[in-house]
Write a protein that binds this ligand. Structure first.
Ligand code: SF4
Length: 342
């Protein structure tokens, strides 16, 4: 049962003037993204900076208005809601940011910061508010006495625990975690991920987990979508996508995560250049300027999304049965180099 369904989401940003006072430009941040998140599941959205993954998270939370497409929470299309209905639904979706410090008021105690949403949304009243705050702090591994302290008195990992406690104040069904552990040391990262996993299992809350790090997504999520320049290029169960990537870009991402795999290192070595600008994405397959297997077809024709294995999708001509003849020679090279076919 899906708690979140995103269908053909499109979001473009228009600048008033371009770089150095030039013409206005359109940033195609998200260009037809679809996925779903099951209730109580952690679903990862992974890709490099600038691929549009944070825009997806902000659109899901209704912080920005999509240009096209549909976002449904538990079957309700968010676009159909009146402002009062949206306000009533908002507590069911919460967010955890990369830098919790910037979202905490330095002059407010943790107790005050956490009790505010509880009071505003009528989740408790009177003494029960602070009791709920203390229970939440203990649930995320902090002492109840932390309620009387200020944000600067905590370490980065502790502040992220506070951010998680705050996200839980309204008992959400879905938490959007955008690079939530990226700023933490590896050992603290592991502790925070373990905590989120426990909360997911205990409370049945689902996570939309946005990260640039495929390795982190692997430890936390069940399924994932890989994004490149506003599009989903591959999706499926984390284990199989990680062990046998279908898309050349997923191969290179896997190589960038800290795993000792010689074939993955080779793929990384062959990935050239920076991610192009979303203001002028390459024609055809957006990845063709960096892909070692790009052909003329890739430069002119957008690959369609196919499902070569049940439950897995990929947008690459190498996997499209309709393009087998056009891609034959390239595919043979890819099979030898990437070993991504059974
Ligand atoms: Fe590479 Fe072509 Fe596949 Fe794009 S469609 S990933 S350029 S082989």
């Amino acid at each position: 049962m899906s708690i979140l369904t995103v269908t053909n989401l499109v979001k473009h940003f228009h600048t008033r003037v371009g770089a150095f006072g030039g013409k206005p430009v359109t940033i195609r941040a998200v260009d037809g993204v679809s996925f779903h998140v099951d209730a109580g599941e952690a679903f990862g959205v992974v890709g490099e900076s600038g691929c549009g993954k944070s825009t997806v998270g902000r659109a899901v939370l209704h912080l920005i208005e999509p240009d096209e497409g549909m976002i449904e929470l538990d079957g309700t299309d968010l676009a159909d809601l009146r402002p009062s209905e949206m306000r009533a639904l908002r507590p069911r979706m919460q967010m955890i940011f990369q830098d919790p410090y910037s979202s905490l008021n330095p002059k407010q105690t943790i107790g005050a910061a956490l009790s505010e949403p509880i009071r505003v949304h009528g989740k408790a009243s009177g003494d029960a508010v602070m009791q709920k705050v203390k229970t939440l702090l203990e649930e995320v591994g902090l002492p109840a006495a932390a309620a009387d302290r200020y944000p600067h008195e905590f370490s980065g990992g502790q502040r992220q625990r506070i951010a998680i406690a705050r996200a839980l104040t309204l008992d959400p069904d879905l938490i959007v975690a955008d690079e939530a552990v990226s700023a933490l040391d590896v050992s603290i990262q592991a502790q925070v991920l373990k905590l989120m996993k426990e909360l997911m299992e205990r409370r049945g809350v689902a996570f939309l987990f946005i990260s640039h790090d495929l390795g982190v997504v692997r430890t936390f999520c069940k399924r994932l979508a890989v994004m490149y320049l506003g599009r989903v290029v591959e999706s499926g169960p984390v284990g199989t996508v990680f062990d046998k990537p279908l898309h050349p870009y997923t191969h290179s991402l896997r190589a960038a995560s800290p795993i000792p795999d010689p074939s993955a290192r080779k793929a990384l070595a062959r990935l050239s250049g920076e991610i192009p600008s979303a203001a002028s994405p390459p024609s055809g397959c957006h990845f063709h300027t960096r892909c070692p297997y790009a052909t003329e077809l890739c430069r002119t024709q957008t690959p369609k999304t196919v499902e070569p294995v049940s439950g897995r999708t990929v947008a690459c001509h190498l996997h499209d049965p309709d393009q087998t003849d056009a891609m034959l020679a390239t595919k043979q090279n890819a099979i030898q180099e990437l070993f991504f076919y059974d």
